[in-house]
Design a protein around this ligand. Sequence first.
Ligand code: FAD
Length: 106
Amino acid sequence: PPDVKQLGRATWTFLHTMAAYYPDHPSNQEQRLMRSFLSSFSRFYPCGHCAEHLQEEIKKWPPRVESRQQLGMWMCEMHNKVNKMLGKDPFDCNKIDERWRDGPID
Ligand code: FAD
């Protein structure tokens, strides 16, 4: 089975980077595509219990796809919910651009 930690790190890298480069002013079609991407993604994420939890969260907190800023914050909040569940410190969501867009690659 997949290594849940390694898969998680790789996936968060992808998700936060994608959000950091999402358009500032997405078209209606782009917003629709992002919403459907996230819902498909949560259906097929190859960690069963993670996927279930993510689907529940998406139902309660629908993705905010109206701008790059909104999507980045939403993704950060989702990740912080998982951090909390795993007993990790929350990440400061004011730092997402520094970490995922402008900052050095680590
Ligand atoms: P990660 O949590 O993978 O974070 C990687 C880097 O992202 C950090 O080093 C930090 O620089 C940055 N970061 C941290 N928090 C944020 C944030 N809020 N916003 C922006 N950047 C941030 N694991 C489980 O055991 N159970 C689960 O139910 C579970 N669900 C998951 C659901 C999803 C959708 C994903 C993608 C992963 C899930 N994981 C789950 C994996 C888990 O979240 C971690 O990826 C894994 O434990 C490795 O953690 P890590 O400490 O290396 O850093």
